[in-house]
Design a protein around this ligand. Structure first.
Ligand SMILES: Nc1ncnc2c1ncn2[C@@H]1O[C@H](COP(=O)(O)OP(=O)(O)OP(=O)(O)O)[C@@H](O)[C@H]1O
Ligand SMILES: [Mg+2]
Length: 390
């Protein structure tokens, strides 16, 4: 979505920006989001012009300037004031949207918005690795790492904060403590409340101080209620893109991004009763295939059923016009569409032509008429408003 932070709209912070979007009907008014926007507005106000110096001669001096009060112990929050925000809630509630709004408005000279997984891979593990290669295993990499991260960003916005593995869990406590001590402000979105992070994993006890630190230094805001706007968007999304050219591909890329929050899904293997199907890209209940991968190979009804029960949305690239010689592809496509239809799977496709022009001659061409009719119906708003039947 285009955020209303431009030369034409003066930057008065995320709350007016949010109001601007809801007033113009670009976003639906949502009381929980409004509350979050108010909290973000407060943080926006407190971080305006914030610019902690990487090497402060006086410990805690930058806090003093930031808060205009006496210096405090560097790892403590001045007078209990939260330094940042942890925005948590179920999928599609608008956490990333709100954080992006805040980020776009933030008047902090050094700011960075990054997917948390990418941050851990490219900024943390890669730099620790490089540091150890240079300085050996005995030198502590955390202080110089925190120095370099804090020098790059006084405001760090993390999307999809999550702790999966022990390697991350062991680093995070000391790293975040060091970042907070350097005055870094953190805003994060997550599907997991801090108390549930890394839950049930071996080594959790050693991780608990990190949870305590997060709760001490960040305001935890639950974005509850509301609805899954992402699901709702699929209802309104154009779903049949013709012809299957570069523009259609870009539209499918955008749809996938909008529905999953990711540019690309991960490959996965769906297996049941001795059958297995490789899904090239999957994320958040959405699968992306190209036509030849799904209908150009000897797959059968059981495979399509597996796809239709597992995913609520299918993004399908490049449905071609099929001639009589492609009767086998046509038959598979018929079976696929039947499975999608039965299970109310939302289809977003790029295709060479309208559904009734895809397969006009050949074996099962008469049967394809029903497929075309279903494909038309599956584009209607009413049909798309029905929930997935797994
Ligand atoms: N109030 C709203 N009205 C209309 N659309 C909205 C609203 N809030 C969010 N959206 C849209 O819904 C989609 C999902 O929102 P967003 O990606 O921010 O959710 P999220 O909470 O980050 O989900 P996840 O936990 O899966 O990352 C986005 O396309 C977003 O622009
Ligand atoms: Mg998100």
């Amino acid at each position: 979505m285009d955020l209303p932070v431009s030369a034409t709209v003066p930057n008065e912070g995320p709350l007016p920006a949010y109001r601007h979007l809801t007033d113009r009907g670009l976003l639906q008014a949502d009381p929980a989001q409004l509350r979050a926007a108010e909290v973000l507005q407060d943080l926006w106000r407190r971080t305006r012009g914030y610019d902690p110096q990487p090497e402060d001669p006086e410990p805690g001096g930058f806090f003093a300037r930031f808060m205009r009060r006496k210096p405090v112990a560097p790892e403590e929050s001045p007078a209990g004031t939260p330094m940042g925000l942890y925005l948590v809630g179920e999928v599609g509630r608008g956490k990333s949207m709100l954080m992006d709004l805040f980020f776009a408005c933030a008047e902090v000279a050094r700011k960075q918005r990054i997917h948390f997984h990418e941050f851990m891979q490219h900024h943390v593990h890669a730099r620790i690795h490089a540091w150890k290669r240079k300085h050996g295993d005995t030198a502590d990499p955390i202080p110089p790492l925190a120095d370099s991260i804090a020098a790059e960003a006084a405001l760090l916005c993390f999307d999809e904060f999550q702790v999966h593995d022990i390697a991350d869990a062991m680093i995070l406590g000391r790293l975040f403590q060091a970042l907070f001590a350097r005055g870094t402000v953190v805003v994060a979105t997550s599907n997991t409340v801090p108390d549930d992070l890394f839950k049930g994993k071996p080594g959790r006890d050693a991780f608990l101080p990190f949870i305590a630190l997060i709760k001490r230094r960040l305001e935890v805001l639950v974005l509850d209620g509301g609805r899954d706007y992402r699901r709702q968007r699929v209802i309104e999304m154009p779903s049949w893109h013709m012809p299957a050219d570069g523009r259609a591909e870009a539209a499918l890329d955008a749809a996938f991004r909008e529905l999953t929050g990711q540019d690309h899904g991960s490959p996965m293997r769906l297996a049941l009763l001795g059958r297995a199907i490789e899904v090239p890209q999957a994320a958040e209940g959405v699968a992306r295939f190209d036509f030849d991968t799904l209908c150009g190979k000897p797959l059968g009804p059981a495979d399509y059923l597996l796809v239709a029960t597992h995913f609520h949305t299918l993004v399908l690239d490049g449905v071609p016009r099929l001639g009589a010689e492609n009767f086998d592809k046509a038959r598979r496509f018929i079976t696929l569409v039947d499975a999608l239809y039965e299970h109310r799977v939302k289809l977003i496709a790029s295709a060479a032509a309208a559904p009734d022009k895809l397969y006009e001659r050949g074996e099962n061409a008469a049967m394809f008429e029903r497929t075309a009719s279903r494909l038309h119906e599956m584009q209607s708003r009413d049909w798309r408003a029905q929930p997935h039947l797994p």
